[in-house]
Design a binder for this molecule. Structure first.
Ligand SMILES: [Fe+2]
Ligand SMILES: [Fe+2]
Length: 378
């Protein structure tokens, strides 16, 4: 059969489930199309660490065996058929309580397949069309190392690495752990390196493809902040502080329920009140861990307005430092140009017009300085 020939060409190893569990490879790659799955694994140069299992082959379903060898599971399964979902679930169930994190490649953009991935307990979802580019960095968040040459990384890979670093920050913080200065510095360096080799538009184009609303937002804001700092001629140290503050500004959202964070459309009064807790939550989470006071202030005060109408403290004018004012502008602009499956994206020009209309609330000198960046993002 042709497909068997392709197995030999594209995938050095296509295993049965039991064979896969016997091996000490770090990633279990479950697919309903071995030819396609093998090509993805080959494209990300991970043949030596991925065990590819065809979920459609009934011979590949066995009783549960020891599964501790795997650090991650990748699902390359299309969610349009209930039989393939059932076959995937059967494989996943074999891990019982010891299941490693599941990364779902989405073959359909519909919210339904995203919901299906979450119902299966996905740790992260990624668009299947960009799997080879995004998956290595995603897997690195759970300790799967795929060799790469940093100097030759494309903008896609750099953004994926920044996303991976951000996910790690949120994951640690969300599970009650401490965010380290080192982890933040690494994430900040990746953002800055990426923007050195591309422009803000290149950064946005990749970030817009991310499925997770909070991660997409934080990366948009971090990229905008890094580019804004550079455009303003800030010193390297100040640029770094600005990028770090932008990366962390919404960390408190790691403690807000997903249903509220990802709700399409408007939040009701109760949901809004819960959402408004995120600046104080983030501030409390980062306190006493070696972060500078100005970064903590950004985390707490990025929703404050000069006229006192913001939250959580209703600060006014001189109480709001420059670093906060800069992040607030990037934050509002970033939120306006976000891409969501359920709404039309707003152009940079239109989003900038909204910033300009916020006289009295935002620092208009800084808003005007932001204009060239907004036009680039258009
Ligand atoms: Fe926020
Ligand atoms: Fe934000």
């Amino acid at each position: 059969m042709d497909i068997l020939k392709h197995h030999q060409i594209y995938a050095a190893r296509v295993f049965t489930m039991d064979q896969a569990l016997d091996l000490s490879c770090s990633t279990l790659f479950l697919t309903d199309n071995v030819l396609r799955g093998s090509q993805i694994v080959k494209d990300m140069a991970a043949l030596d660490i991925c065990n590819i299992v065809d979920i459609i082959d009934p011979d590949q379903i066995f009783s549960r065996r020891e599964s501790h060898a795997f650090k991650a599971i990748v699902s390359d399964v299309s969610f349009i058929s209930s039989s393939t979902i059932g076959a995937l679930r059967q494989h996943l169930d074999r891990f019982q309580d010891n299941r490693p994190p599941l990364f779902c490649l989405l073959h359909e953009s519909a919210a339904r397949s995203r919901a299906q991935a979450h119902a299966l307990g996905a740790f992260q979802t990624l668009p299947a069309t960009r799997a080879a580019r995004l998956l290595p960095a995603a897997l690195s968040t759970v300790g799967v190392a795929i060799a790469h040459q940093p100097e030759s990384l494309s903008i896609d890979r750099k953004v994926a690495l920044a996303n991976a670093a951000l996910i790690r920050l949120f994951h640690v913080a969300g599970s009650g752990g401490g965010v380290t200065l080192q982890a933040l510095t690494t994430a900040g360096e990746i953002v800055e390196t990426a923007l050195c080799s591309s422009n803000i538009r290149g950064w946005l184009e990749v970030v817009w493809q991310f499925d997770n609303a909070t991660h997409q937002h934080c990366l948009l804001v971090a990229g905008l902040a890094a580019a804004f700092g550079r455009q303003l001629g800030m010193s390297r140290a100040d640029c770094q502080r600005l990028t770090h503050a932008a990366l962390l500004h919404d960390l408190g959202k790691s403690r807000i329920p997903i249903a509220i964070l990802n709700k399409p459309g408007r939040l009701n009064t109760i949901e809004t009140a819960i959402m408004h807790e995120h600046p104080a939550l983030g501030h409390a989470m980062l306190g006493g861990q070696g972060f500078s006071e100005d970064i903590l202030t950004v985390v707490r005060s990025h929703h404050e307005y000069l006229d006192g109408s913001g939250y959580p403290d209703g600060l006014t004018d001189t109480d709001i430092p420059d670093l906060v004012r800069l992040v607030t502008i990037c934050d509002i602009f970033g939120a306006l140009i976000e891409r969501r499956s359920y709404k039309e994206p707003m152009s940079g020009v239109k989003a900038y017009a909204i910033l300009e209309s916020m006289t009295g609330k935002l620092d208009m000198d800084l808003v005007h300085a932001f204009r060239p960046l907004a036009e680039l993002a258009g």
